[in-house]
Design a protein around this ligand. Sequence first.
Ligand code: GDP
Length: 446
Amino acid sequence: MIFDTIAAISSPIGTGAIAVIRLTGENTINVIKSLFNIHAPEPKKMYYGWIKEKDYVIDEVTWVYHKGPKSYTGEDMLEIFCHGGILVTKKILEKIMTLNVREALPGEFSKRAVMNRKMNLLKAEAINELIHANSDFALKAATNQMDGKLSKRIEIIKKELFNIAARIEVEMDYPDDFEVDNFQFLKSLNTIKAELEELYENADNGISAIEGIKMAIVGKPNAGKSTLLNALLRKDRAIVTDIPGTTRDTIEENLNIRGIFIKAIDTAGIRKTEDVVEKIGVTRSLKAIEESKLILFVLDNSVGIDEYDKEIYNKINKLNKEVIIVINKSDIDNEDNFEIPWKEHEVVRISASKGEIKNLEDLIYNKLKDTVITDELALTNRRQKNAVKKAIDSIIKAIEGIELGLTNDAIMFDVRKTIEALNELTGDDYTETLLDNIFGNFCVGK
Ligand code: GDP
């Protein structure tokens, strides 16, 4: 495949010691000639040079030429390491743009790598997930997939399906000489089905590790929800005041609790209200609670359990969610230390304002860790999960087809559909729209 030449600043925009500008495409060698006056650079060797604009120097740089197909994209590539100033990098990029090069779109380098078969879609997605990983479990899920064991497994499954398809085809072509061994086919298809189902069932762990797990913080006004969120975050984000009802809307924050990526939502009240603004807050809070995996129900040790708490409890109890009852303000003495009437949930005592929340963090970790542990074959996003689901649906139809004694044509159709779904999973069968959708979420320069 021949592509035009693209360039981008691949390091984050900002000031730093060094920045990286990358360029790839058929015009790479000409760009090297123009910039550095070297006609046949040695691949993978680091050169030293100056980038100039007419009569003045833009920067002193080092650079490496990667000759295609032995490069990230599979095409000729140039990597320039310049000084990490915002203006300097911009000027170098502008200079490159004058040499028949255009600015790369987000993820376009990786998109080319997939189109040039340098890596499959699973690996490209894993690299992106690795870049964005903000917790240990997310990192593990991404590196597991980058490692390629899942891709290898899928290739083996595809080969097996191709074999089955080929044998059915032979029987269709030579019905008198060759008879399909249905028993053997059923056995193979059922084994593949079981394997795909296992991938599908475990997919949520990878997705949770990467996307984060939603956790709602609920409780009556002034119980200390915002203070707790700040304590978990270790910074001041939610507004804390002692006027009940300050947190009028939901606030979502990304937390990293012992390596688990959690999206914590500080909810506004969930009590019936006539106030229009508050009503919106209540609706959003209820939605956030419904979407959460875990609920922290915060009680106020200084006032004890009242009707408002009971009302909230009744609402969340109906949802059948994992709940932790958090008794906050345990630093304040409360003579008639209240009894918790709800025995089915674990209870912890904390002081959010004093930052005494370790026991709560331990409990959150223990409750959630099993939902983010991934193995080498874990899927990591919904696109992958959907593709596997499609494959399962088709393989089930193929199995039913054999059991019902349908024609080879009909069975063949579903076996092919299974292969197509797996090709979609690994990116062996792609459309530009699919790739644009996926790579549009990548960084520029990746
Ligand atoms: P929210 O309405 O549930 O979000 O409650 P806030 O986080 O705004 O807290 C309400 C008040 O309780 C503020 O004055 C906090 O400083 C105070 N507060 C929160 N947590 C604690 C705690 O652990 N101990 C004490 N003594 N006060 C707290």
